[in-house]
Design a binder for this molecule. Structure first.
Ligand code: NAD
Ligand code: DAU
Length: 340
């Protein structure tokens, strides 16, 4: 492989993956492709832009002509697709863009792979396609065989995309793989998501809005470990296969919020319980046996070390998130939290 197209490269995980590739595969050419929606941020890619191995193209994955153009300009050997509408709460407010980007955009990318001699395609999916697990059955985990059973328009759109990817493998022979990862955290995480929202609110002495009883469980993975898993699947994964990615780091939301406050030296009086998310998934927990045994992947960063690094990053990079929070984000925050 010599050239990789990374779609959604200006978002949280896509940008971290670009940096991971530039550092760990210095002979690769990396082409970042991103529509720069509210979640895409070119400031995030500022350092990558200095590398001769990186090129950024602004484009929409639902725009077949724009995708065909980048394929005609670059000798693309593989596509790794991070581009998506990714926030569950936004999908509850307005599902349509989720269906457009997350399903039709994937179809456009798969068609481009077909049209260019069956280019290798990796779909970055999510554990949310499995629905949720009950809190009183800690012995249960998501395996790759767990039935698809989605809860939100976001997860339904990601599940539809997964099925489409597998259909292109079986019907057209496009060489595909899929990863389904648990919740990521780390640098460049958009401050609408739990951990960066809580860090930013705590630093600005604002209330920390915890949905429902705060006992919902997520299985947290430091973003670099997710990047490592995707590269392992891209290079060594079996075609047509799904790989779950997660590191047995289950925490309740309250535990996560209290960890943020402890690391910042703040008291817990700012925790505020607000109306729950409709259809709120109770617990996610990944069984990573397949990726560990087949590809030798394991997470390197513990939750404690990862949270320490993440909080330090947000302290050291205040302009990055303050810039985001000073724009249209304020209208978003008022709409989502104003009456909650
Ligand atoms: P993000 O919202 O931070 O970034 C998404 C990026 O996609 C943004 O840069 C945005 O501009 C871009 N984008 C959106 N629509 C586009 C379009 N039509 N054309 C081109 N670019 C477009 O999301 P993220 O958290 O980095 O998630 C990346 C992927 O990983 C998503 O597919 C998501 O479903 C999946 N995932 C996320 C997590 C997580 O915890 N964040 C966990 C598992 C899987
Ligand atoms: O599991 C993988 C998924 O993780 C990804 O597919 C999604 O793209 C990603 O956004 C994430 O989804 P979640 O819904 O789990 O993440 P979020 O950060 O929105 O919420 C995490 C938990 O925290 C969830 O139980 C809801 C709760 N929460 C969230 C916010 C934003 C709060 O209690 N308060 C909040 O303000």
């Amino acid at each position: 492989m010599t050239t990789i197209l990374v779609t959604g490269a200006a978002g949280f995980i896509g940008a971290n993956f670009v940096y991971y590739l530039l550092k760990n595969r210095p002979n690769l050419r990396v082409v970042g492709f991103d529509a720069l929606t509210y979640a895409g941020n070119l400031e995030t890619l500022a350092d990558a832009m200095q590398s001769p191995n990186f090129r950024f193209v602004r484009g929409d994955i639902t725009d077949a002509a724009a995708v065909a153009q980048v394929f005609s300009e670059e000798a693309i050997d593989a596509v790794v697709n991070f581009a998506a509408e990714s926030h569950v709460d936004r999908s509850i407010e307005d599902p349509q863009i989720f269906l457009k980007t997350n399903i039709l955009g994937v179809q456009v990318l798969l068609d481009a792979c077909r049209a260019n001699g069956n280019v290798r395609y990796h779909q970055v999916s999510t554990d949310e396609v499995y629905g949720d697990l009950p809190l009183d059955r800690p012995d249960l985990f998501f395996t790759e065989e767990t039935p698809i059973h989605t809860s939100s328009p976001y997860s339904a759109s990601k599940a539809a995309a997964d099925l489409l990817v597998l259909a292109y493998f079986r019907t057209f022979g496009v060489p595909v793989t899929i990863s389904r990862c648990s919740n990521n955290y780390g640098p460049y995480h958009f401050p609408e998501k739990l951990i960066p929202l809580m860090i930013a609110n705590a630093l600005e002495d604002k209330p920390l809005p915890v949905y429902g009883d705060g006992l919902n469980v997520r299985d947290w993975l430091y973003v670099e470990d997710h990047c490592k898993a995707i590269l392992a699947i891209l290079e060594k994964g079996r075609l047509g296969e799904v790989y779950n990615v997660g590191g047995h780091n289950e925490r309740t939301n309250l535990e996560v919020v209290k960890t943020v406050l402890r690391l910042l030296g703040k008291g817990e009086e700012s925790i505020t319980y607000v109306r729950d998310r409709p259809g709120h998934d109770r617990r996610y927990a990944i069984d990573p046996t397949k990726i560990r045994s087949e590809l030798g992947w394991f997470p390197e960063t513990t939750f404690e070390a990862g949270m320490e690094k993440t909080v330090q990053w947000y302290l050291a990079n205040r302009p990055w998130w303050e810039h985001i929070r000073s724009g249209e984000y304020q209208a978003y925050y008022e709409k989502m939290y104003g009456n909650r």
